[in-house]
Design a protein around this ligand. Structure first.
Ligand SMILES: O=C(O)C1=C[C@@H](OP(=O)(O)O)[C@@H](O)[C@H](O)C1
Ligand SMILES: C=C(OP(=O)(O)O)C(=O)O
Length: 454
């Protein structure tokens, strides 16, 4: 039987959480997933050596590392560091086998951009979740550049792409708020003669632009009075390895610990070294509006990015309205925000959520189903969600949540069970390893109660 994203596989690992005493302690979250993928991609492409510290060793990122190895990069772990000897500009090799990206949207889409202009064939495969996700959003601009696409089912994995002899530079206006689409076009621009330009009407995470500059690409970013960004990249320049590349801690992983500390009575938790790039801090802003006590300590620069330590204390929360304009800066945090809202006084309204429908699962539907299973009053719209909370968690919990191969659904509902009256179980915790393999250990270390479920 083939794996199906809507049913857990026979190797699924159900897990439950139950109401726990105060969470206390200081923890560091692992490296940022977005930046870690890009470290393998840029490091593997550049001439010379890149030495990375703080890389996220999650399954998604390791899949990107394997793909870069298959195309000629030398990548080795050396104690706490990863050493990448890149192929040098334009010198990627045609991979022998297929590139298997598992569960990873970012890895697969950015790599499609990277190899798009190469005059060889690359085949992409992934798990049941990734095979359902739309790839047309990156394939369409690649087609404009001359790339051919062969797919059994329209613009879904498994698929193969083959570049033209010489790719054509394009100017591409990104039609949805997506850093993956922006980045795929920029990666494609690297091996394309002339200037590739991306117009981004709504700013999304800017790691690709920043890292392009850091690895020595000729890239120019302009923002007009209306906030529209234009990113122009000169193709076929020389990228150079970065001798000491530092990956800051992932704010999207920190989010689970932050919300757990806010919800569990008496908690006082410090999360060290969280990335505070403003394109990633929408959840912190929202939680503070809800009344959360989150202190931003020791703000500093690390590897060219803002980072800080977050001291989080249990706080009564109130419902707020989260504007659609904030979605790009907290896109992966809505499932855990919905859990926080389940314990807030009043109703929280979230808008502009259309992109949640095309993540590892349909996150809007998966969150709504998880809330329903655990007695949380909510309403789901096409692109919005309202959640009405119960501040003392009374009557909440007792449900089993279908995770649909989605790590963030699993972690969010495990956080819910730490504060709800009755335990919460998830049908499969295995996907947590794609982005946050340390999650269970860190939660238990802070005093959270997690246990195998049936
Ligand atoms: O560029 C990236 O690293 C990412 C972009 C976002 O996806 P979209 O571009 O689809 O919004 C985000 O959800 C994903 O986890 C990581
Ligand atoms: C959407 C996510 O990742 P990706 O698109 O890389 O699978 C995520 O990590 O929440």
């Amino acid at each position: 039987m083939s794996a199906d994203a809507s049913h857990p596989s026979p190797s699924a690992r159900p897990l439950a959480s139950r109401r726990t005493g105060a969470l206390k302690g200081t923890v560091s979250v692992p490296g940022d997933k977005s930046i870690s993928h890009r470290a393998f991609l840029f490091g593997g492409l550049a001439a010379g050596r890149t030495r990375v510290s703080g890389l996220l060793e999650g399954e998604d990122v390791l899949a990107t590392g394997r793909a870069m190895r298959q195309m000629g990069a030398r990548i080795e772990r050396d104690g706490a560091h990863w050493i990448i000897d890149g192929v040098g500009n334009g010198a990627l090799l045609e991979p022998e086998g297929v590139l298997d990206f598992g569960n990873a949207g970012t890895g697969s889409r950015l790599t499609m951009g990277l190899v798009g202009p190469y005059d060889f064939t690359t085949t992409f495969v992934g798990d049941a979740s990734l095979s359902r996700r739309p790839m047309g959003r990156v394939l369409d601009p690649l087609r404009e550049m001359g790339v051919q696409v062969l797919a059994r089912s329209k613009d879904r994995l498994p698929l193969s792409i083959r570049g033209p002899r010489v790719a054509a530079p394009i100017t591409y206006r990104v039609p949805m708020a997506s850093a993956q689409v922006k980045s795929a076009v920029l990666f494609a621009g690297l091996n394309t003669p002339g200037t590739t330009t991306v117009v981004e009407p709504v700013m999304t995470r800017d790691h690709t632009e920043k890292m392009l500059a850091g690895f020595g690409a000729r890239v120019h970013v302009e923002t007009d009075a209306a906030g529209v960004r234009t990113i122009a990249l000169e193709g076929q320049g020389d990228l150079q390895g970065v001798p000491d590349f530092v990956v800051p801690g992932d704010p999207s992983s920190a989010a689970f610990l932050v919300v757990a500390a806010l919800l569990v009575e008496g908690s006082d938790v410090t999360v060290r070294n969280a990335l505070m790039n403003p394109t990633r801090t929408g959840l912190i802003e929202t939680l503070r509006e809800m009344g959360a006590s989150i202190e931003i300590l020791n703000p500093r620069l690390s590897g060219g990015e803002d980072v800080a330590d977050l001291r989080v204390r249990h706080s009564p929360l109130r419902g707020v309205s989260v504007p659609a304009s904030r979605a790009p800066s907290m896109i992966d945090e809505y499932p855990v925000l919905a859990v926080a809202a389940a314990f807030a006084d009043g109703t929280t309204r979230m808008e502009g959520l259309e992109e949640l429908r095309v993540k590892e699962s349909d996150r809007l539907a998966a969150v709504a189903a998880g809330l329903a299973a655990n007695g949380v009053a909510h309403e789901e719209g096409e692109d919005w969600l309202t959640v009405t909370g119960r501040p003392d968690g009374s009557g909440l919990g007792g449900g089993r949540v279908a995770t649909h191969l989605d790590h963030r659904i699993a972690m969010s509902f495990l956080v819910m069970g730490l504060a709800s009256e009755k335990p919460v179980s998830v049908d499969d915790a295995t996907m947590i390893a794609t982005s946050f393999p340390e999650f269970e250990g860190l939660v238990s270390g802070l005093g959270g109660m997690l246990e195998p479920a049936s």
